[in-house]
Design a protein around this ligand. Structure first.
Ligand code: PHE
Length: 453
């Protein structure tokens, strides 16, 4: 078998892992969750969830992947885990494949909006003073609810994935991340500068940063937890797979903290762009939920600013870059599985994984068009995949991974990995183990049950 792939540099390894974590979850889901859950109070609870639960769970996935040196299933097997345990890896692969099917479609939408911003078509015939909601809503229908546009855009994203995945871990994933992640931060900082200097930005900042704890209830906490898991790409086998490419010298706890902080930073910076922009143009009554935020409310903001197209291009480029690096990490879970389990070349594995995605993504894309009839029991396939993968499989996998690493893994797996085989000390090992054993399984089980109650 070919030598196990490895990330070439520390920066590249962080860029790739952050590339997976930073995605539509930060730019799109986070502001919507923050708005729906009362602003700053949600932010504070979210930060607590990231550090108290997110980091330890991330360390557990890193430990599994680096010690197991294989894909999500193979890592469990290489550690000698009994059958029910490696099935957890199997569930992670199924979940990631389902997410991939619809995430490709959403990435395709961001590409359509990037192209429409570049060509200026998105802003044809709009007013710079009065509301354009009706026009933007109609354009959104066209971009995401029609037949061909979303399909073509999705296929372009799939082809980009194929090219990068065939190039491999170092020449594909790592190199792309090394270019895209700095670009993403630069764009975000520019947009932040613009957002914070808009007249009336203060009211938006106040909503985002002044907590109102009267709005907090148990569902706020559950939503914050769910958001932390989604945003950090936990419970999908992604971090297990990426950690199998970490060199022996990588410090796992430090890497988990760095990745989580950068992911959190992106979400907060996005808040600094979106909340001031929305209040500044008195669009607070507009929805920040779901696709309306990015495809109607924000274009409305850009339309009222000078240099409309510049901001629009920068924003949708940001969204597209974030989405692309995430799709690649999700696809890599299955590519690694096929490569390691069936000892195929990357080329074959990439094709085996991504050719069926053309079909599955098409079904997801078309299910956004009510007349296409792509529904199961009345639910669009897209929503069904999203719901099953993110709300059910993700917490199940995360919970079982914690239980395995906390209780059942052989020979002090966690201690060996966080101390790089005893070559360094770990001050946090005890706390991480405690969280993996007692706190994380209970909380993930509650998240899961809450979906059914
Ligand atoms: N974490 C990424 C995001 O925030 C993408 C992702 C989500 C990856 C779920 C895997 C699983 O969008």
């Amino acid at each position: 078998m070919a030598k196990k792939a490895q990330f070439a540099s520390k920066i590249g390894l962080i860029a790739a892992t952050v590339g997976s974590a930073v995605g539509l979850g930060n730019i799109w889901r986070f502001p919507a969750e923050t708005q729906a859950n009362g602003g700053a109070a949600f932010l504070i609870i979210y930060i607590a969830c990231v550090f108290i639960l997110g980091v330890p769970v991330m360390v557990s996935e890193f430990a599994l992947g680096r010690a197991g040196r294989s894909d999500a299933v193979g890592s469990f097997k290489n550690l000698g885990a009994a059958r029910p345990w490696w099935a957890v890896g199997g569930l992670a692969i199924i979940a990631s494949y389902m997410i991939l099917s619809f995430y490709m479609v959403v990435a395709g939408w961001t590409l359509e909006y990037l192209v429409a911003s570049l060509s200026g078509h998105l802003y044809d015939g709009i007013s710079t003073v009065s509301s354009n909601s009706a026009i933007f809503t109609a354009r959104m229908q066209d971009m995401i609810g029609s037949t061909w546009n979303p399909l073509i855009a999705t296929y372009v994203v799939i082809v980009l994935n194929i090219i990068i995945l065939i190039l491999g871990v170092q020449k594909g994933i790592e190199r792309l991340s090394n270019i895209m992640m700095p670009l993403l931060f630069v764009i975000l900082l520019v947009l932040c500068g613009v957002g914070l200097t808009l007249p009336g930005a203060a009211a938006g900042l106040e909503f985002f940063l002044r907590p109102d704890f009267s709005k907090v209830n148990s569902s706020t906490v559950l939503n914050a937890l769910g958001q932390a898991f989604f945003s950090l790409s936990l419970g999908m086998g992604i971090l297990i797979t990426y950690a199998s490419y970490f060199p022996k010298s990588t410090k796992l706890t430090r890497t988990a903290v760095t990745v989580s902080m950068l992911d959190l930073m992106v979400a907060v910076l996005v808040g600094f762009v979106i909340f001031p922009a929305v209040t500044s143009f008195s669009l607070t009554g507009e929805s920040l939920q779901g696709s309306t935020l990015v495809f109607v409310t924000l274009p409305e903001v850009f339309a009222r600013m000078p240099a409309t197209q510049v901001w629009s291009v920068l924003f949708f480029l940001l969204l597209f870059v974030a989405a692309l690096t995430s799709t690649i990490s999700i696809a890599e879970v299955s590519v690694a599985f096929v490569t390691d389990r069936f000892r195929t070349s990357r080329l074959t594995a990439t094709m085996v994984v991504l050719i069926p995605i053309f079909g599955l993504s098409s079904v997801c894309a078309l299910s956004q068009n009510p007349s296409a009839g792509m529904t199961i029991a009345g639910h669009p396939v897209f929503d069904l995949f999203d719901d099953v993968a993110t709300n059910i499989l993700l917490p199940v996998v995360a919970m079982l991974t914690c239980v395995y690493v906390g209780w059942f893994a052989p020979g002090k797996l966690l201690l060996t990995e966080v101390t790089n085989r005893g070559t360094m000390r770990s001050r946090t090992h005890g706390a991480i183990l405690f969280i993996l054993r007692f706190i994380a399984p209970v909380l993930t089980a509650i998240i899961l049950l809450s979906r059914f109650l």
